[in-house]
Design a protein around this ligand. Structure first.
Ligand code: CA
Ligand code: CA
Ligand code: CA
Length: 239
């Protein structure tokens, strides 16, 4: 059987139509995660690419002239898998993260602090802002000892933070309380802020709905052309 004949078989067209409809209306990825694998020791600002398209998705900045470190509490943690983003707790805020593509829905990350005992002061305040510096959401979360391998406690107190918000975020700040811990580390920073994602909220709601991609549109056109080609061949044979 020639390739041209294979292309016009009924099963091929059924498969093509299903593939076209599925891909054309598939939603963009719903979230990306930064794992902080880059070596950035000493840097005071760094653009991270979370979805591998070489376009920056989140720019982390500190005013600490010593910059960031990438290692901290070691492997015995639930929410930190070194390398992470490590720094001082002595600044207000300690860390700013800008989203060049905007961010929607929610943001989250794991964090640990350098403390040998639990304390109500082992907190981070996470605040999310829009491009007009309006506060969209805020939370203060407490780090405690976890049990990555029970009954042995984690090396340092830690927690997993998640914060939902409406509209489009432009940046966020992290301020760790320095009363009981001098250093922090964060890891697995997750949200809808990647350059390959659709980060446009609909009707002011923090939701992501399916949108036709350029790839999907191209497949749909190709499918329609092949269907038209097949019908022309069939009608030509009947004459
Ligand atoms: Ca990591
Ligand atoms: Ca990217
Ligand atoms: Ca601080």
């Amino acid at each position: 059987m020639r390739i041209s004949n294979i292309l016009v078989t009924r099963s091929f067209f059924k498969y093509l139509i299903c593939l076209t409809v599925g891909l054309a209306w598939a939603p963009y990825a719903s979230a990306v995660t930064l794992t902080f694998d880059e070596v950035i020791s000493g840097e005071t600002s760094f653009s991270f690419d979370a979805d591998g398209d070489l376009q920056p998705d989140a720019v982390f900045t500190t005013t600490d002239p010593s910059g960031f470190n990438t290692v901290g509490p070691g492997p015995n943690q639930l929410y930190i898998e070194e390398p992470g983003l490590e720094g001082t707790t002595s600044i207000v805020p300690d860390l700013k993260v800008d989203f060049p593509n905007g961010a929607v829905n929610s943001l989250g990350f794991g964090f640990a602090v350098n403390a040998g005992a639990e304390s109500p002061n082992l907190t981070v305040t996470f605040q999310i802002f829009d491009s007009g510096d309006n506060l969209l959401a805020t939370t203060t979360d407490l780090a405690v000892f976890t049990e990555p391998t029970p009954p042995t406690p984690s090396g340092f107190p830690e927690a997993l933070l998640s914060l939902s918000f409406a509209n489009t975020a432009s940046y966020a700040t992290l301020d760790f309380n320095d009363a009981a811990a001098d250093r922090y580390i964060i890891d697995n920073f997750t949200g809808t802020f990647g350059s390959t994602e659709d980060v446009t909220p609909r009707d002011g709601a923090a939701t992501s709905i399916p949108t036709m991609s350029a790839y999907g549109f191209g497949l749909m056109v190709l499918g329609l052309l092949l269907i038209a080609s097949r019908r022309l061949r069939i009608s030509a044979r009947r004459r």
